[in-house]
Design a binder for this molecule. Structure first.
Ligand code: ATP
Ligand code: MG
Length: 791
């Protein structure tokens, strides 16, 4: 073996080494958290390149987040002197974006098409509902958004969606209207990126054949969370085994995953893709990795014990040589506020002991939980960074500025037009805009093109708005991105507007930060330095010993240079590349979760558990471990939902290297209501010997001894129908008061036995939240519900 002693392989264990050096055939790595799956995938790419089995242009690698893609590129360039520009490494969305830009004509899109994020999508749908008099009570825009996204994930265009009743037909109609609107405006949403590029591959034989010849190795991380459409997309690019040949090409697929970390079923992820892949590709190589390199054994024991409560797992073991380490600390706080205080105290202690802030993560199940933690961090003066919350590019002033930029790029972008036509206010009222929208609909044009039809003063105001943009477009032609943005900020009146606002200073600073964000984007992308993308190997793998043909370009950027991370985008037919502005706008839409404002600063990381997948930290805090919150109340009603929550908890625990902290609060203010929550059942599923309780253990999910008390002295019938399943309940001591408490096992005549999750209010208003195994979670008015406590 030519490269058996390659330094790339040093430090890998035998199974990892076997995986890295597999022959170019289909393979599956199925292994638990922290076992080196991502590391193996990255090292395999480096190894294939180094041994000349593939050139950079012949590699297609899919990661789950932009952050992971960046990390992979960074690691690759640290392993090999490599020009990564020709490599296709990114998320499904990032790759599809690149693909559609390259073939925009075939895809029926303008090259500078803009991407709607979920917020933009919702406002586009709301606008459409207004225009078409959609009853928003009956068809809430959010539900429509969900419906459309779901259709696209299943690969369904409006014509393919089965609709049996009038309500369903109306939804399909709206879906069609939405598609028309997007097409007219030259915008695509996230689901469209995926579906459109799938259709392009499916319908254009030449394109498909080209990519099949080109991509010799297709590597997919986090395969357990791919959805149906993504797997179908992979099959198109690789071809099925019967379609693969020396001549026709077709890459070797390496799928990497962990069934225990499948946490996106709610968004269409299909863990069954793993089994389908093994069957459809006759996978001969299935590799298991069982050594965990990430966590101390107390943490790992906690994770293993927790996940063992799930049924039907594919079954994997994890062991570590890392030693027991610190115990897992558990804290019970009286309130969410106190919980946040505790988190901040503990993490300040870690920082005093020398831990870097960026190595500390605070995780929560739902975004809304971050606010109270943020407040505490802010008050304590601890720098922090939120992933997936209100991100830099989602702030109102930034979105306004981006809308102006989008209009410079594409005047027919109606979403952007409506966002800023009267912002800052310039006397264009709602009625004028309605008239304008009617006119545009009548003419079948964009709002921009319909402006001339609006008469009078209103028309003049609109025309002035457009003229202002036209002038700006002309003035900035050929200017650098920085200059364009600076001039836009002035010419739009945004800066001036915020200057007059009481709390405008922050916003102005954010707008100035936009200039910095653009600047660093240009640096990374090398616009101006070499705006044209480097030639890409179209032949696919042609093993050759010459370093240049392997992409081992001696002039390639090395470690200390800024990393060209985003893909170069070139029209496949014309060779046309995006303008820096269009590229930047794409970046702004795709760059999920990167808070540019605080980039580079050493900051504590805040994120949802979903967003933490694949990442690791020295210390991890998992907060809000309460029934109804984590596991989430929406998941409690069916076993599948509960198992997905447990996998989510498994993901959360296994992010930690050295320290793990778990906390819950007895009361929590959520969505404007105080909730009394029972601690999460997941805490009770962890082995006692790895835990250290920092507060005295009170009644928990398993440890509460139920007392025989009834909410209402109306239990005889219940008893009769349920026989000896429970002992005789006794009447409530007081008819107005109630004695039901969280943690109790209760019986309801209609719903059967269930567990009380929370109790709220008093007297006649008292309500209890009860989890009934067969009927789901219900809120019951205690004065009415016939609840009896079961012993
Ligand atoms: P997850 O399931 O969470 O995505 P993973 O299986 O992808 O985890 P990696 O992130 O690749 O795991 O690896 C976990 C950690 O272990 C990383 O810090 C990685 O560098 C380290 N690691 C992996 N293999 C080895 C090894 N052979 N020797 C030392 N460290 C290793
Ligand atoms: Mg990984």
């Amino acid at each position: 073996a030519p490269a058996a002693d390659s330094p790339l392989l040093a430090g890998l264990n035998a199974e990892q080494r076997a995986a890295v050096t597999l022959p170019p055939e289909h393979a599956l790595i199925l292994a638990g958290a922290g076992s080196g799956k991502t590391r193996v995938l990255t090292t395999r790419i480096a190894w294939l390149l180094q041994t000349g089995q593939v050139s950079p242009g012949g590699v297609l690698a899919v990661t789950f987040t932009n952050k992971a893609a960046k990390e992979m590129l960074t690691r690759l360039t640290s392993m090999l002197p490599l020009n990564v520009r020709g490599m296709w490494i990114g998320t499904f969305h990032g790759l599809c974006n690149r693909f559609l830009r390259a073939h925009h004509q075939l895809a029926g899109l303008p090259q500078a098409f803009q991407i709607l994020d979920t917020q933009d999508q919702l406002s586009a749908i709301k606008r459409l509902c207004k225009q078409h008099q959609v009853d928003e009570e009956r068809y809430p825009p959010r539900q429509l958004q969900w419906f459309i996204a779901g259709c696209k994930e299943d690969g369904l265009r409006p014509a393919d969606v089965p609709a049996s009743d009038s309500q369903a037909r109306r939804k399909v109609e709206i879906y069609q209207l939405y598609e028309d609107q997007c097409q007219r405006e030259g915008v695509v949403d996230f689901g469209e990126l995926m579906l459109r590029s799938y259709e392009l591959l499916r319908d254009h034989d030449a394109v498909r054949a080209h990519y099949r010849r080109r991509f010799r190795h297709i590597l997919i991380d986090e395969f357990q969370d791919t959805n149906r459409l993504q797997y179908a997309w992979i099959k198109l690019i690789a071809g099925l085994p019967a379609e693969q040949s020396e001549q026709a090409g077709g890459g070797a697929i390496l799928a990497v995953g962990d069934d225990d970390q499948s946490i996106y079923a709610f968004r269409g992820a299909r863990v069954g893709n793993m089994a389908d892949f093994v069957r459809e590709y006759h996978v001969q190589h299935q590799i298991k990795l069982e050594q965990n390199y990430r966590s101390h054994s107390n943490i790992l024991d906690a994770a293993n014990a927790l996940i063992s409560h799930n049924q039907g797992r594919l079954g994997k073991n994890l062991r570590t040589d890392a030693g027991a380490g610190e115990p897992v600390r558990v804290y019970e706080a009286p309130t969410d506020f106190a919980e946040a205080e505790w988190v901040v105290d503990e993490l300040k202690q870690l920082v005093r002991e020398g831990m870097a802030r960026r190595e500390i993560a605070v995780l929560y199940r739902s975004n809304a939980q971050s606010r109270v933690i943020e407040t505490q961090l802010f008050n304590a003066g601890v720098p922090y960074r939120v992933y997936g919350g209100l991100r830099f590019f989602e702030r109102a002033e930034i979105k306004h500025a981006l809308a102006y930029l989008r209009l410079l790029e594409n005047p027919r972008d109606d979403t952007s037009f409506l966002r800023v036509v009267n912002f800052p206010p310039r006397g264009i009222g709602a009625r004028t805009l309605e008239a304008l929208q009617d006119a545009a609909r009548g003419l079948g044009t964009s709002l921009h093109d319909a402006v001339s039809t609006v008469p009078g003063k209103a028309g003049a105001n609109l025309a002035a708005f457009i003229a202002r943009l036209d002038v700006l477009r002309e003035q900035t032609a050929g200017h650098t991105l920085r200059e364009i943005i600076e001039q836009m900020l002035e010419a739009s009146g945004l800066i001036e507007h915020y200057r007059g606002e009481k709390e405008g200073q922050d916003r102005i600073e954010n707008l100035q930060e936009l200039v910095n964000a653009a600047e660093s984007f240009v640096m990374q992308e090398g616009f101006g330095r070499d705006a044209v993308a480097l030639p890409v190997d179209e032949q696919g793998a042609v093993p050759s010993q010459s370093p240049a043909s392997q992409g081992l370009d001696p002039d390639a950027p090395m470690l200390d240079e800024p990393l060209p991370s985003a893909p170069a985008v070139v029209d496949a037919d014309t060779g046309e590349t995006l303008s820096p502005l269009a590229a930047f706008l794409t970046h702004a839409a795709l760059e999920a979760g990167d808070n540019q404002a605080q980039a580079g600063q050493d900051a504590v990381q805040l994120m949802t558990v979903h967003a933490s997948k694949g990442l690791e930290f020295d210390a991890v805090f998992i907060t809000g471990l309460e029934e109804g919150l984590f596991p989430h109340e929406n998941a409690l009603s069916d076993a599948g939902g509960l198992e997905e929550e447990r996998r989510l908890m498994y993901v959360a625990i296994t992010r930690a290297r050295q320290r793990l902290y778990l906390s819950h609060a007895q009361t929590r203010l959520l969505h404007g209501q105080t909730r009394y929550n029972l601690r999460s059942r997941f805490l009770d599923e962890l082995p006692e010997d790895v835990l250290k309780w920092l507060t005295p253990q009170r009644g928990g999910f398993a440890s509460i001894a139920p007392q025989p008390i009834a909410a209402r002295a109306d239990w005889a019938g219940a008893r009769g129908s349920f026989g000896s399943n429970f002992s005789a309940p006794q009447p409530s001591p007081a008819s107005t008061g109630h004695a039901i408490r969280a943690g109790q096992q209760v019986f309801h005549v209609k719903f059967g036995e269930g567990r009380v999750l929370a109790v709220e209010g008093a007297g006649d208003d008292a309500r209890a939240q009860v989890d009934f195994p067969r009927h789901g979670v219900k809120w019951l008015a205690l004065a009415i519900a016939k609840l009896t406590v079961v012993e």
